[in-house]
Design a protein around this ligand. Structure first.
Ligand code: SF4
Ligand code: SF4
Length: 366
């Protein structure tokens, strides 16, 4: 079976309002036929509102278009993200006056409102799903597609897997990735060759002289282990823990979506301002590839697969990669070449969890 993914391209063929992306997006939202999905329902629009001085989150104009489309479909929309983010939302213009809907903290005013659900994944016995999302009648996952140090790509899967869960669950999923390296303190001479050999600045010693490695920054090049003269530092099979992290995210996505009838869930992903890092960093760096457009689907696996395929078809814009990130290698997806993690792994994990179908047909909306 093939899933449909609607696509409005950012490419402008003529200098005419109707040929630009917001106009195409309006037509895409019409074609999406949201009334049967959202009519008469309280609709949680889950987005990442960013933080700090980041400026490449979704432009409020597009958020307003989504809010208006949900209202036109007969739904009552509210925007939601982590409870800590409501001030951050205002800083980027996501206010009721601008986007037409209020921002509600996903985990309640004090970030303590969650539903606990068991999972079958070893090492992740349970996940906590944000109460104000789970209580909605319908869910619209509005995502900004960009790179991500832990997952390779941050799109719809990451928007739910990391964004619809408690702080504690986020930590537990990150914990699945740790323990990748083994450091034998008694063998270590503190020569710091591992620190200087790491191309991404992932290795450091803390004030107590303990070696710490950031899994986010690590791209599994093994320069640190190979440069260690005393064999104090070693690494498990590269990528194993990364796959566990992705499995943890898929488990969280599955439990969050279980609160909804699939007929009441929809996904929209903007492939614009495709930066290398997540919007949670609190700052923005230049987009790596040209703007691509906007995707929409009722299948989370299909929209994620299509997002990654479209990004991979683009060429890196010279001079856009921050100096601390490695120049991309030759093999694999652009984000794998930058972050060392296969971004398709999360798509495979969600498909394996029965959440959707990676076979898709891209339907252009002109
Ligand atoms: S494997 Fe490479 S990127 Fe990861 S910590 Fe070691 S040197 Fe840094
Ligand atoms: S390279 Fe090896 S010996 Fe030197 S600081 Fe790193 S872990 Fe210790």
């Amino acid at each position: 079976m093939t899933s449909q993914v609607l696509f409005a391209s950012a490419h402008v063929t003529r200098l005419d309002r109707d040929a630009t992306l917001p106009a195409k997006f309006e037509r895409l939202l019409e074609k999406a036929d949201l009334a049967p999905r959202f009519g008469g329902k309280r609709v949680a629009i889950k987005m990442h509102v960013g933080s700090g001085i980041g400026f490449y989150t979704i432009h409020p104009l597009f958020v307003r278009q989504v809010v208006d489309a949900v209202k036109k479909a007969g739904g009552s929309p509210f925007l939601t993200d982590g409870s800590f983010s409501t001030d951050a939302a205002v800083a980027r213009g996501y206010t009721p006056e601008v986007v037409g809907a209020r921002v509600v903290g996903a985990g309640g005013e004090h970030d303590r409102y969650y539903y606990t659900r068991k999972t079958e994944l070893e090492g992740l016995p349970e996940v906590e799903i944000c109460g104000n999302i789970a209580d909605a009648d319908a869910l619209l996952v509005l995502s900004h597609g960009k790179g991500h140090g832990h997952t390779g790509f941050g799109g719809a899967i990451k928007n739910i897997g990391m964004g619809c869960v408690s702080y504690r669950t986020r930590g537990a999923i990150h914990g699945l990735m740790s323990g990748h390296f083994a450091w034998e303190e008694e063998r270590c001479t503190h020569c710091e060759q591992c620190v200087h050999g790491c191309p991404t600045g992932a290795v450091r010693f803390n004030e107590q002289g303990q070696l710490k490695i950031s899994e986010h920054h690590c791209r599994y090049c093994m320069h640190c282990t190979r440069s260690c003269p005393t064999e104090a530092l070693s690494m498990e099979q590269p990528g194993e823990k990364f796959r566990l992290f992705q499995a943890g995210m898929a488990a969280a996505v599955k439990e969050a979506l279980a609160f909804f009838d699939p007929a009441n869930v929809y996904y929209i992903t903007l492939l614009m301002n495709i930066t290398p890092l997540c919007d949670c960093w609190g700052f923005s760096t230049p987009p790596l590839v040209p703007d691509i457009g906007i995707l929409a689907s009722d299948d989370i696996v299909a929209i994620e697969q299509a997002s990654l395929d479209l990004i991979d078809a683009e060429k890196l814009i010279p001079g856009t990669l921050p100096d601390q990130l490695c120049p991309p290698g030759e093999e694999g997806h652009l984000f794998q070449r930058i972050h060392g993690k296969d971004p398709y792994e999360q798509v495979c994990q969600c498909a394996a969890a029965g959440l959707g179908n990676s076979d898709y047909a891209l339907i252009s909306v002109e």
